[in-house]
Design a protein around this ligand. Sequence first.
Ligand SMILES: *Cc1c(COP(=O)(O)O)cnc(C)c1O
Length: 430
Amino acid sequence: MQFVSTRGRTPAVSFSQAVLGGLAPDGGLYVPEQWPIFREGDFADCTSLPEVAERFIAPFAAGDALAAQIPQIVREAFDFPVPLVPVGSAPGFHVLELFHGPTAAFKDFGARFLAACITRLRESAAKPLEILVATSGDTGGAVAAAFHRKPGIRVAVLYPAGLVSPSQERQLTCWGDNVRSFRVRGTFDDCQRMVKEAFADETLRARLDLSSANSINLGRLLPQASYYAHASLDFERRHGRLPSFIIPSGNLGNSLACIWARRCGLPIDRIHLASNANRPVVEFLAGEPWQPRASVATLASAMDVGNPSNMERLNHLYPHFAELAGAVTATSVDDDTIRHRIREDHAAHGVTWCPHTATAAEAWHRLPDRADRPWIVVSTAHPAKFREIVEPLVGEAVAVPASLARLEALATHRVELEPQLAALRRELLS
Ligand SMILES: *Cc1c(COP(=O)(O)O)cnc(C)c1O
């Protein structure tokens, strides 16, 4: 299998090249040259997530240097549970819990798969790979956790001082060893600009092998598509019906993975996207012109995206608006409604949502025909990650998962940085 750019101006590359490259040289995103189509029975002997993921990813990695190692890679990356549980006694309402990984958010799947691939691809490299990540919260922690103590890799995480939650900051700074955390005296945009400037800097490029592990990497989409394959097969086996999914969406990486899984023939019915107050996707699907904007800050901060990069992959898959509008629907949920939904569902069903998951739960409540088919609400983070927001709403303490509690108790390592490339360059070269 080869991968081509959404912009079509660079030659096709292998699975490994797409994973190592991140962005295509023409500025586009890598997509598969053709879609493998799975049929009923292809997964008959697969029950666990690693078994399903191995079978699902195999055609994408066919012919690649990593092909023979995919079975080990998925077992190493997905070594935690992915439960699909009914919500209270509401019929046809389930939740897919994607928050049982080391940093308690779904980004662990992509980051851990990418780390397992990149570590193997860099085994015989002469110098370490220097991974630069600018983060507004969740991505940096997942990437740091996934690459911590991996041989041949160094990670630099840049985050804006005072603009991440206290528990997020602890997860960004608890690593040490090959992970360095930079508390930048600036905004998230400053962090992103510094990373971009570092990639363009001739001194750094001459001295270091730089990489980005960012959220548009193909190596993050395929593992995410695997959990949709696993959940939909499991649901269909148990209930004899195709599930539909509601997905909290920001950059659209998680939702695109579900769309890809359905494109490959997995038993998935409808796909509904839940946005926060950042509305470009919702407005576009309602027939308005595509209008990316600066992001607005919301309670579901990991979805504060005004110009989702994966929109380019979605348009590539469905070049005609009518097809796209037939493939996905979307709802936008504001902060007051997020608060309301967290309170209500806690009282009614005894469940505690993180603010991101609450947008999807709200979207389910708004579906006029929700009783017609079974729905799975996708839970993207554990509520304990956002307990400053959630605890006052539900009126009780949120139990912190053991893995998160362990991270939060570690000593912190961080370096304060001025928001200038010169400051970052000095640190990276020291
Ligand atoms: C990143 C993130 C999202 C948004 O996912 P996208 O793939 O960017 O759409 C939603 N919820 C949580 C908790 C996240 O960390």
